[in-house]
Write a protein that binds this ligand. Structure first.
Ligand code: NDP
Length: 314
């Protein structure tokens, strides 16, 4: 027989949005349950230095921050499950969610905070330099490249915004795109083309990253021309990969309203999804800001909205 757990609030996902929702829901005496998911702690658990999370004047480590959030959530009364949700049913009330080991949650509200994953190029040498010269977030890591030459890869809004942002620190920013035209908004393209610090390399893709081993540090990249396939190299200290994100929403396809890129759509100024009592917070619904602090803020909103919804149910 599978185990059944009845609860007021089920939180799916353990990034800053999920843990913050848990802290607020627990402190509102809602006895929430949180299911950790595949990557405990979310994207921050695989980063290194964090310097922009308010409250810490000295650099902290991403995995440490997430561990602290987990401890805090448990301390105030959240029940944490090291499980993965494999199915949800919003047709019944309470809503149902089933884990990989067969636990069935019956919950009056659900907060979805399953996050998103940055897309990477998938080159072996990319793995070696992640966090040591290769990043997927200029807002998080740009500051570490003061007066250095950096590269941004991609041609969408994120890539162009990141390139512009990086001009605040880097001595030179090179945007590398695999085609000869950008897909980003025209207004951003105009700003990009006008920036004296930004140079664009068209029709190029990165095929290899090289650097020193001790300490691990990126030094150059090898490029291939996508038209004539000629190789070239570029000395560089930092590479920002901005080729899109994949929101972790496969569980909710055809169950919740999503946009064309599969981000969950919530009501204006709210975290409520197309199903009442089901809320979404963090990168799973946000493709613009993608910060730990904005995700945490949305987690707080989701818990407060769940609390209000439950009060109205009663
Ligand atoms: P996009 O999917 O819009 O763009 C991804 C870019 O990366 C494309 O130029 C694509 O090239 C390139 N790319 C994809 N895969 C590879 C690869 N393997 N190698 C090299 N290049 C690759 O992602 P974004 O993150 O830029 O934007 C996602 C969504 O968020 C969009 O809807 C965007 O408008 C929105 N957004 C809005 C912002 C705003 O309004 N301020 C800010 C940021 C994002 P190609 O063009 O050839 O396909």
């Amino acid at each position: 027989m599978s185990k059944i757990i009845e609860t007021n609030v089920l939180i799916i996902g353990s990034g800053p949005a999920g843990y913050t929702a848990a802290i607020y829901a627990a402190r509102a005496n809602l006895q929430p349950h949180l299911v950790l998911g595949l990557e405990t702690g979310g994207q921050l658990s695989t980063t290194t230095d964090v310097e922009n999370y308010p409250g810490f004047a000295d650099i902290i480590q991403g995995p440490w921050l997430m561990e602290q959030m987990k401890i805090q959530a448990e301390k105030v009364g959240t029940v944490i499950h090291n499980e993965i949700i494999v199915d949800v049913n919003f047709q019944t009330k309470p809503y149902l969610a089933t884990t990989d080991s067969g636990i069935q949650f019956k919950s009056k509200t659900i907060i979805i905070s399953t996050g998103a994953q940055a897309r990477w190029l998938g080159i072996d040498s990319e793995e070696k330099f992640k966090g040591h010269g290769i990043s997927a977030c200029a807002t998080c890591d740009g500051f570490f490249f003061k007066d250095k030459e950096v590269v941004v890869i991609g041609g969408g809004n994120t890539a162009v915004e990141e390139a512009l942002y990086l001009t605040n620190f880097a001595s030179e920013v090179t945007l590398i795109h695999r085609r000869d035209s950008l897909r980003s908004d025209k207004i951003l393209q105009n700003r990009l083309l006008k920036s004296p610090k930004i140079k664009i390399l068209w029709n190029k893709k990165v095929i290899e990253f090289f650097g020193s081993k001790n300490p691990i540090s990126l030094e150059k990249i090898i490029l291939e021309d996508t038209i004539n396939h000629k190789h070239s190299e570029l000395p560089v200290s930092g590479v920002f990969i901005a080729i899109g994100h994949n929101p972790a929403t496969s569980l909710f396809v055809n169950k919740l309203n999503m946009d064309k890129e599969n981000y969950i759509i919530t009501k204006p100024d709210s975290t409520e999804t197309s199903i009442e009592g089901v809320f979404a917070a963090g990168d799973v619904k946000d493709k613009i800001y993608r910060q730990a602090i904005t995700a945490a803020g949305m987690g707080c909103m989701a818990a407060l909205e769940a609390e209000k919804y439950l009060a109205e149910l009663d």
